[in-house]
Design a protein around this ligand. Structure first.
Ligand code: GTP
Ligand code: MG
Length: 345
């Protein structure tokens, strides 16, 4: 029931980091599907969105996440490009985030866009954790598919374990150079004051249970008050992409970050010339775990609540703009909503 004011808002988790450090692969591991294979040159060039329900998170995380401990519906992951030319998209992804995962290749360490991403998180005061990715590439590593980090650590030779430790401490040092007090996540007591570093492999799934457990803990502990905002109010979102969709004409892939949108709503969308006022024709929802960028089978729904990735079909969206705001009018004065949209452009 989308009118239930007690239902919690889904936290938005932005995944940021340098090119090729494994952001999309990490999400592919969580989704259980391979979006990366469809990417030209395997470089992400758009912002993506994927809803991961709580039951999937708890299945992947095993004993590390007991679904009874959480009343959040799940997490909405936002994939961002790491290539240097996509600064705007990284900022946009960062602006949407309630919390974030900064992905750092353990071998490569901090790189220019790692620092750029950190600056975005610093400016917006977004709580984040660091996923130290590709631990399977540590020389002598003995992979243990999909296990918590503690279990796979115990199965390593002293030599491999200490090689990983060295790389992890280098990352902790680099975070410190950037003004963040950081430590391995199991040593962090207060995730608001200290940045937790989670060793993971997007390839083998090692540490992914830990990563999800820490994200859920962070959301529940520090975001709950914010998640309790009334998601029944008029929806607010950001356009990710303007796209043709067979049978629907021009549509906008949107991240709804507040409120609710219904299939009979009037919306105001930022356009290249002026705000577009239009009536929703259809709301097309990607299946759970599907990346909105690559989804081909959308479900037509009557309403969606934040946070969600949703494709909106409506007339006159030809001049809608990626990055522009989307606001539901509902019972408000349309001129006020137009002004709000204009102010955000
Ligand atoms: P951009 O979106 O272009 O910024 O890159 P990305 O951060 O999304 O990286 P992507 O997931 O595309 O991965 C880049 C390359 O690293 C691919 O060839 C992946 O297969 C590889 N890769 C990612 N994670 C891991 C990992 O944990 N272990 C190993 N061995 N390879 C990985
Ligand atoms: Mg990518």
């Amino acid at each position: 029931d989308t009118h239930d004011p007690t239902s919690l808002r889904t936290p938005i988790v932005a995944v940021l980091g340098h090119v090729d450090h494994g952001k999309t692969s990490l999400l592919d591991k969580i989704r259980g599907s391979a979006v990366i294979e469809g990417e030209a040159g395997a470089i992400t060039q758009h912002i993506g969105a994927t809803a991961v329900p709580l039951d999937v998170i708890s299945t992947i995380a095993g004993e590390l996440v007991d679904p009874d401990d959480f009343d959040l519906p799940g997490l909405l992951f936002i994939d961002t490009p790491g290539h240097h030319s996509f600064t705007t998209l990284r900022s946009r992804g960062g602006a949407l985030a309630d919390i974030a995962i900064l992905v750092v290749d353990v071998n490569d360490g901090f790189q220019p866009q790692t620092i750029e991403a950190l600056d975005i998180l610093k400016r917006s005061e977004t709580p984040f954790i660091v996923a130290a990715n590709k631990i399977d590439t540590v020389p002598g590593w003995n992979p243990n598919e999909d296990t918590p980090i503690n279990d796979t650590y115990d199965a390593q030779s002293d030599r491999a374990a200490s090689r990983l430790d060295e790389s992890l401490y280098e990352i902790i040092g680099e975070l410190s150079d950037e003004g963040f007090s950081a430590d391995l996540y199991w040593r962090v007591q207060n995730f608001q004051r200290n940045v937790g570093v989670v060793p993971v492999s997007a390839m083998t799934g090692e540490g992914v249970p830990d990563l999800l457990a820490v994200m859920m803990g962070l959301s529940q502990r520090y975001m709950k008050a914010e998640m309790e905002i009334d998601v029944a109010g008029p929806g607010v979102g950001t356009v990710l992409e303007v796209k043709e969709e067979k049978g629907f004409g021009t549509t906008i892939d949107t991240v709804l970050y507040d409120g609710t949108i219904r299939s009979d709503d009037t919306v105001v969308v930022g356009g290249t010339n002026e705000p577009i006022v239009t009536d929703v024709r259809a709301l097309l929802q990607p299946r759970p775990l599907a990346e909105i960028r690559t989804e081909s089978r959308f479900e037509k729904v009557e309403a969606v609540k934040a946070a969600s990735g949703i494709k909106i079909a409506a007339p006159e969206l030809e001049h809608a703009m990626a990055g522009a705001p989307v606001r539901v009018v509902r019972d408000r004065d349309i001129e006020d909503v137009i002004e709000e949209v204009q102010a955000e452009l």
